[in-house]
Design a protein around this ligand. Structure first.
Ligand code: TYD
Length: 143
């Protein structure tokens, strides 16, 4: 990741990389340390063989998350209501923050793409904003 993140409520963390060559490599994240919150939930996304798959297309009111690409690559579009940015995510060491009030969309998954997300809270349907107009209203109210 060599692109500067300009959208609000995002950011980047780099996990500790431990090169165990020729026996692989370890990547380590610790809650409250490299991952700056207590992790309450993890989820991962696999089986991304459909080239046209689209995920995300929502924002959260309060939830804070970091998204990682453990294998392969995908495109992440972030939109804070004012600024939009696209990133190709293809490194297992970097986590991109999906903070609250950030519309995020994931596309262009490679066949071998595996995504890991660390979240600071449990699943809560009412925390989602799935309508883009509502999102724009929500971020406008928030200013
Ligand atoms: P969603 O968050 O929209 O996935 P993505 O952001 O990857 O596109 O979730 C898809 C569905 O899965 C939705 O119906 C809610 C459900 N879901 C849970 O039940 N628990 C969870 O922790 C998550 C992330 C999703």
């Amino acid at each position: 990741m060599n692109k500067k993140i300009k959208v609000k409520h995002s950011g980047i963390i780099k996990l500790q990389f431990y090169d165990d060559f020729p026996d692989g490599a370890l990547v380590i994240g610790e809650a409250g340390k490299s991952v700056p919150f207590e992790i309450k939930r993890i989820y991962y996304i696999t089986n991304l063989s459909n080239r046209k798959a689209v995920r995300g297309k929502h924002a959260h009111k309060k939830l804070d998350q970091y998204i990682f690409c453990l294998s392969g690559s995908f495109r992440l579009q972030l939109d804070d209501g004012e600024t939009k940015q696209n990133f190709i995510i293809d490194s297992p060491y970097y986590g991109i923050r999906l903070g609250p009030k950030l519309w995020h969309t994931m596309t262009k998954f490679s066949r071998d793409c595996v995504i890991l997300v660390l979240a600071d809270d449990y699943y809560d349907k009412s925390d989602y904003i799935r309508d883009y107009k509502q999102f724009m209203e929500y971020v406008k109210e928030d200013k």
